[in-house]
Write a protein that binds this ligand. Structure first.
Ligand SMILES: [Zn+2]
Length: 319
């Protein structure tokens, strides 16, 4: 059984555990039930057999799916989209307009991901099929996605990525926030920042979190992993943690310590947050959902880009 029965979820929403690399509770796909069933973030192609098993347990198949809603186009969320559309050409794919060109012609996306994952690409994510342009519905925020009688409002939501959206269903109070809520895996009470390269933006992220709070959601739905029924407390805690981790990385950069020492410092903080060591089963699942090295690299890049921007602005003032 791969759909999650033990977790409370909003009305007519189900969560399929995608068992990424056969490990539970790392990547999840939400199923919106109703007269036009839809998936939110189908996961990578490597998990498709598990996704199909989960659908089957819900009395559905891929043929029943009318839409795929992508929070963003990172491969752990969006990798299977093209394969699903190839099997069911009626599926509409909702995606941020900045991400849309890269699922239609994925070469740049795959090159960028290969820099991070190198020879692990196939093992982790499997094939990435291009999504035909005609299936794609580009979003910029402000749209309403209508799925039969269900309505989801779309919000532009930069932070974890510049091409991230949040879907909010007012009727159920469900905010599908993708990776903008970081990672909070079953068995842990703490969130972990999800800050991979190349385009995280901490200031935009804080604004996005505040925007989600203003919606007064009853639920936050994370891809990694599950439904949080205490949105205000969760976001408050996550925002604090994100800023703390950004500070740790900035202090590390300024200390002149070498890269390994800086990452070890962040790892120590992560282990303390978790109350578990990196090699415990929970630690391994966190590392699979978002590696510490990538978390560190993403924040380093953020600080470097910010310094460049400030430097350029400073030069501007002198002219
Ligand atoms: Zn992501």
């Amino acid at each position: 059984m791969t759909f999650v029965e033990t977790m409370a979820l909003p009305n007519a929403v189900r969560l399929i555990d995608d068992y990424h690399l056969d490990r539970p509770g790392v990547i999840g796909t939400y199923v919106l039930l109703g007269d036009e069933p839809a998936l939110i973030d189908p996961g990578p192609t490597t998990v498709l057999p598990h996704l199909e098993m989960g659908l089957q347990a819900l009395g559905l198949t891929l043929d029943d799916i009318r839409a795929v809603l992508l929070s963003h186009i990172h491969l752990d969320h969006a990798g299977a989209t093209g394969t699903i559309v190839a099997r069911n050409p009626h599926v509409k794919v909702y995606v941020h307009q900045r991400g849309a060109p890269h699922i239609v012609a994925p070469e740049r996306l795959l090159r960028s991901a290969a820099r991070l994952y190198q020879d692990m690409m196939d093992y982790l994510w499997g094939e990435f099929c291009a999504v035909p342009q005609d299936n794609v519905v580009p979003l910029s925020g402000g749209e309403m996605v209508q799925l039969g009688s269900r309505k989801l409002q779309v919000y532009d939501a930069p932070g974890h990525a510049s091409h991230h959206v949040v879907y909010f269903e007012e009727a159920s109070g469900a905010a599908f926030i993708g990776d903008n809520g970081g990672v909070c895996l079953p068995g842990s009470s703490h969130s972990r920042p999800a800050t991979p390269p190349p385009d995280i933006d901490v200031e935009a992220w804080v604004q996005t979190l505040n925007m989600v709070l203003d919606l007064q959601p009853k639920w936050l739905l994370l891809t990694h992993f599950g439904a949080m029924d205490n949105p205000a407390r969760y976001i408050d805690d996550y925002r604090t943690r994100l800023l703390q981790w950004a500070d740790i990385v900035q202090n590390g950069m300024q200390s002149g310590a070498d890269e390994a020492a800086q990452i070890a410092q962040l790892q120590a903080r992560a282990d303390a947050d978790l109350g578990a060591s990196a090699d415990s089963e929970l630690g391994v699942r966190y590392q699979q959902a978002i590696s510490l090295e990538q978390t560190w690299q993403g924040l380093v890049r953020y600080w470097q880009k910010r310094a460049e921007r400030e430097h350029a602005a400073g030069n501007q003032d002198l002219i």
